[in-house]
Design a protein around this ligand. Sequence first.
Ligand SMILES: Cc1cc2nc3c(=O)[nH]c(=O)nc-3n(C[C@H](O)[C@H](O)[C@H](O)COP(=O)(O)O)c2cc1C
Length: 185
Amino acid sequence: MDTFEAFFTRQSLGEVKPDPVPVPLIEKLLSAAVQAPNHYKVRPWRFIVLTGAGREKMGEALAHSFAERFPQAPASALEKERAKPLRAPLIIAVGVDKPSGPKVDEVENICAAAAAVENLLLAAQALGLAAKWRTGEDARNPRLKAFLGFAPEQRLIALVYIGYPVVEAGKVERPGFEDRVVWME
Ligand SMILES: Cc1cc2nc3c(=O)[nH]c(=O)nc-3n(C[C@H](O)[C@H](O)[C@H](O)COP(=O)(O)O)c2cc1C
């Protein structure tokens, strides 16, 4: 797929088939992700790949955390948390390293990791996969971060849910750039 076709057809698709994504494709996604620019070449991105039972363990971590925060929560609410990671056969969690030296800036590390996520989304699009970048409360959940192996000071910036699309992605209509641009000549 041409780069521009990937830009214009990429869209967040949350509904995917349960079929597993083959490991060589997952490796292609990760390989595309790490082509992103990063200042001082610190490669601040960290990827946790969850498939199969890994997603069930993630669901346990979410349910456990929910029960801790809401001790009165009904079983149905816990079940909902447990089932969240099962929405896709593959989840790639993306964490960011804290700056490793005085010159390295935290925002720049986050920007680099976000660029890696976008590469990953576009690669998924090019490979005929559907993907959705999710964050929400889960991305700020200390128990989930610990489950994924991230230190408290590391940011979890994306939980990318990936699978084969249920519906084919068509061209997406989005607002143009005109009202967001000032030309200085
Ligand atoms: C940093 C970031 C976090 C996001 N978190 C969520 C999320 O938690 N839940 C969700 O439904 N979509 C999330 N999205 C996806 C956006 O909602 C989506 O990109 C937006 O609706 C535009 O749709 P499109 O991606 O199809 O263009 C997130 C996107 C970004 C960039």
